[in-house]
Design a protein around this ligand. Structure first.
Ligand SMILES: Nc1ncnc2c1ncn2[C@@H]1O[C@H](COP(=O)(O)OP(=O)(O)OP(=O)(O)O)[C@@H](O)[C@H]1O
Length: 236
């Protein structure tokens, strides 16, 4: 079964076509990374899937109601304690317990009652992830959630996402600019090209945790960098 199914998705802003006829199916439980140059339409796709943009046309667009999004900035309300941020707008019988459970999942057991402004960048991003997890989504949309973090924190977030995904098997669509991040996490890597077309769709069939010195990953890395034009740009 597919969690996401798109046929002929189109989105324009003014006269500019950003996505022109995208077809995509994501099976249940797959962890997919989406790469693409700046402006290729990745965030536009996430917003459409999240139901935050209905100005598109499509022959088919199916995705579950049960979905959650985490963005590059944690987007926490500074006037609400951490636990209230986690369960903001969530209708469950015991919100405090739900918040504590989600915070424990991301390794922030002691932080329920603190104010967001006292958190580090990595902790705030974990809270944002906890807020998404508290919704127990079938589809988790991650729009460059680790882009603003330092390399070490990023790596620990990779471990966390892998662990949560292995435990609950949500379908995950992860937007990233980082080929290595895509290869560390995903089952499948997509590259969006001009006008939101899929120029690459490759399986990453390697065991986890991924070994960065794995030859097959090295080959895929070269292929993806080539597709993105990054290698050419570096050599130019
Ligand atoms: N609300 C909007 N109004 C007008 N143009 C928009 C709007 N949202 C996106 N665009 C345009 O659509 C194109 C795709 O933007 P989008 O943010 O989806 O790209 P992206 O691949 O996520 O880029 P980045 O990697 O830089 O985040 C860009 O040219 C952008 O200027």
């Amino acid at each position: 079964m597919s969690t996401v199914h798109l046929e002929s998705l189109r989105r324009s802003f003014g006269g500019t076509r950003v996505i022109d006829g995208l077809n995509l199916s994501i099976p249940d439980g797959q962890l997919v990374a989406l790469l693409g140059r700046s402006g290729s339409g990745k965030s536009t796709l996430v917003r459409i899937l999240a139901g935050l943009d209905d100005g598109y046309e499509a022959e088919v667009l199916t995705r579950p109601d049960s979905l959650a999004v985490a963005f590059q900035e944690p987007r926490l309300f500074p006037w609400l304690r951490v636990w209230r941020n986690v369960v903001f707008n969530l209708d469950v019988p015991d919100p405090r317990a739900a918040a504590e459970r989600a915070l424990a999942e991301v390794g922030l057991e002691g932080k329920a009652d603190v104010w967001p402004l006292t958190l580090s960048g990595g902790q705030a991003q974990r809270v944002s992830l906890a807020r998404a997890l508290a919704r127990e989504p079938r589809l988790l949309l991650l729009d460059e959630p680790f882009g603003a973090l330092d390399a070490l924190t990023r790596r620990s977030m990779h471990g966390l996402v892998t662990e949560l995904w292995q435990r609950y098997r949500p379908t995950i669509l992860l937007i990233t600019h980082d080929v290595d991040e895509a290869l560390a996490l995903a089952d499948r890597v997509l590259v969006l090209g001009e006008e939101g077309s899929l120029v690459t769709d490759v399986a990453v069939d390697r065991p986890r945790p991924r070994d960065p010195s794995d030859r097959e990953l090295g080959r895929l890395r070269e292929e993806l960098l080539g597709t993105l034009g990054v290698r050419d740009a570096l050599l130019a």
